[in-house]
Design a protein around this ligand. Structure first.
Ligand code: GDP
Ligand code: GDP
Length: 455
């Protein structure tokens, strides 16, 4: 669990200061079994997006940081779920619709050994309507002899089919070159955050924690007329709600309200919608059902907010059902499961009775203020100088890395670059992060620290 929620892992530290949240998004779309997961694995160069051998197993993780030819982007994998044959048309179309919505460009994968099917044609119509760039992947072209199969896919009207064998790697470099070519430099779907205006909140959490109940309670009679607020561009799925006299955008509320039928892809869509909402928001309120034990799904949603670099508030709902036993148990759970996010403001509330829902505003404001923070370089280095003098890095193999200088590269969330004479071990980086949090009151925001080694 600790690994799960660690934000200062090796990858974060090795990464540039740029947040993956702002990177262009490439979605891989297609019918089941055409080879989407295999292609995703090929792009990632590892077996992280495990191809499921067990039918019916749904993967939750859908987006991955990826890089090709020096370009970084986010790869959205829509494979890994099973649909029954009867519902397949609708399920594939819905999957594609959500994914395309979230993407800047699409890799549309078709099985060249099968040729275009009705479902493929349906997806094509949807792709056309979206107006987004599409690269047509003719997969399972394992040998030059099979290239004629790929040619049949011209009939889809999406231009040249790129013959690929995701399994063996054949042609995958060319298709990625093409994907990079059509992918915009910066994302128009990620970071759709206008400056100024009401701040943007995503209400997220696993099914049945009470998201729609809370939204309704908050909206209640306080619904405001959008046109009254100057400078707001309205996205029809966002809702403006006034809390204590201040308007807030609750983003993607359609996703909260919509009751996805309990088809085999339901969890999957919920997960994609959660991701979309978080991307659009500045702060995520993760709702947890305090009346039942926390699940991995709860911690995963929390992690999604952190990974996206958004401010975080945790709200324990259904507090009206709380009794002493459960409360004691919950405290232990929080200690165990949320050890890495002690920094997030917590609110205990009840969407049903409305109890303490007024405390959300304060938590949101605190988290966003931390998220916005910029520490002047002088102050930062004075602080680090004192800290590292009192607590130097432990000596390792006769060497002792020293911190030379640090600067805050950006905010929203705060990102720091630390220049050091050697690699700083994880424990020490965490120590620095914790002290930074204490000193500068980073309550409710993830912070990133990357280390650059200078000889
Ligand atoms: P998904 O449902 O679209 O994600 O499809 P998978 O990636 O799970 O692949 C479905 C099946 O097709 C698996 O058995 C793969 O090994 C196989 N497959 C994927 N790509 C290729 C390919 O390029 N050539 C061949 N021959 N088989 C492939
Ligand atoms: P969502 O799937 O996260 O949108 O959850 P809903 O808002 O649909 O709530 C799921 C169930 O939990 C419904 O039966 C609600 O009436 C119930 N519920 C939501 N909030 C509370 C609460 O604060 N207290 C209690 N006792 N039940 C609640």
């Amino acid at each position: 669990e600790e690994e799960d929620l660690a934000i200062l892992d090796a990858e974060t530290v090795a990464a540039e200061e740029t947040s993956p949240a702002g990177l262009p998004v490439l979605a891989v779309v297609g019918r089941p079994n055409v080879g989407k997961s295999t292609l995703v694995n090929r792009v990632l160069g590892r077996r992280e997006a495990v191809v499921q051998d067990t039918p019916g197993v749904t993967r939750d993780r859908v987006s991955y940081p990826a890089e090709w030819a020096g370009r970084r982007f986010t790869l959205v994998d829509t494979g890994g779920w099973e649909v029954d044959v009867a519902g397949m048309h609708a399920a594939v179309a819905q999957q594609a619709e959500v994914a395309v919505d979230l993407a800047d460009a699409v890799l549309f994968v078709v099985d060249a050994t099968v040729g275009p099917t009705d479902t493929d044609e349906q997806v094509v119509r949807l792709l056309r309507r979206s107006g987004k760039p599409v690269v047509l992947v003719a997969n399972k072209v394992d040998s030059p002899m099979q290239e004629a199969d790929a040619a049949t896919l011209w009939s889809l009207g999406l231009g040249e089919p790129w013959p690929v064998s995701a399994l063996h790697g054949r042609g995958s470099g060319d298709v990625l070159d093409e994907a990079i070519r059509v992918l915009p430099e910066t994302s128009s779907v990620a970071d759709r955050m206008p400056e100024g205006g009401p701040r943007r909140v995503a209400l997220v959490g696993r099914p049945n924690v009470g998201k729609s109940s809370l939204l309704n309670k908050l909206a209640g009679s306080e619904r405001v007329v959008v046109d009254e607020v100057a400078g707001t561009t309205r996205d029809p799925v966002d809702e403006l709600i006034e809390l204590d006299g201040t308007p807030w955008w609750f983003v993607d509320t359609a996703g909260i309200r919509r009751r996805v039928h309990q088809t085999s892809g339901a969890d999957y869509y919920a997960s994609l919608r959660t991701r979309a909402a978080i991307e659009k928001a500045e702060v995520g309120v993760v709702l947890v059902d305090s009346s039942v034990p926390m699940t991995e799904q709860d911690t995963r949603v929390i992690q999604q907010v952190i990974d996206a670099g958004r401010a975080l508030v945790i709200a324990y709902n259904k507090w009206d059902l709380m009794d002493e036993d459960r409360r004691a148990y919950l405290e232990r759970e929080i200690d165990l499961d949320l050890v890495q996010v002690r920094w997030a403001p917590r609110v205990n509330l009840s969407a049903r009775t409305g109890w303490h829902t007024n405390r959300l505003t304060n938590a949101l404001e605190t988290a966003l203020a931390s998220w916005d923070t910029r520490i002047p370089t002088g102050r930062l280095n004075a602080f680090l100088g004192e800290l590292t003098a009192a607590h130097p890095h432990p000596v390792r193999g006769g060497r002792q890395p020293r911190i030379l200088f640090a600067t805050q590269a950006s905010n929203r969330p705060p990102r720091f670059v630390v220049f050091a004479t050697g690699f700083l071990e994880a424990g020490y980086r965490r120590f620095i992060e914790n002290r930074l949090r204490e000193a500068f009151e980073f309550t409710g925001t993830p912070i990133e620290i990357s280390v650059r080694v200078r000889e």
